[in-house]
Design a protein around this ligand. Sequence first.
Ligand code: SF4
Ligand code: SF4
Length: 252
Amino acid sequence: MADNLPAQPDRPDGSRLPSAEHARSDNDPQPRAGWLGENLPASIGGFGVTWATMFRKVYTEEYPEVKRPTAPRYHGRHQLNRHPDGLEKCIGCELCAWACPADAILVEGANNDDTPKDEGGTGRFSPGERFGHVYQINYLRCIFCGLCIEACPTRALTMTNFYELADNNRADLIFTKEQLLAPLQEGMLAAPHPMVEGMDERDYYLGRITSATDEQRDWALAQQAAEAEAAARAAAEAEPERNMISEGGGAL
Ligand code: SF4
Ligand code: SF4
């Protein structure tokens, strides 16, 4: 085959160019070892793993009866945190929703309202101006990346180690604010209620609040009493109407 190649011309200085035959020999594929030669070492290695595994002790995870603890920083279900007096840390800013790459979070903010309830006020849920009125996380979409908790400016949103988030329907995997809110700890009072007297939102974020005060508790008790009284009044007003309906044979 080399005999058929054209002869290479000499260089002007008299030296000879490498022949086409020589140039090609550098690029020639290596001689093949055959199918067996190529695959036998890998097959032996594979069977070696199989044999070694056959004689190992079988390890069975007894889930769900036995639950192994996760790594401390495992990304599990989210939690909406509270201040030590029970007010919510979420200010409804929606930054978590904007940061989420899976569009799994829905937030609707609303204004806190210090007007008393009997004058039409809706209450205060967080220190400052706004609070998270609607908050939902769709666990069918969430990929547990943690970008939302990085984006949260108040550390309202964090992730727990809880990982049992399977279900047999879609609706139950959309968690609402009530499901995500951290449970009340000792010294906390469920929102809505006023801020600690003489403190502003900066004091909350500087950690100057340690628990709900007596004034806040009195306020909550007064609210409960007013609500109970209003409910009793409404029931008393409805009673004559019910009597009239029953006397008239229920016909309306
Ligand atoms: S963990 Fe990631 S995917 Fe899940 S809600 Fe947060 S940002 Fe979205
Ligand atoms: S959880 Fe944090 S980022 Fe999301 S709306 Fe509330 S305060 Fe803003």
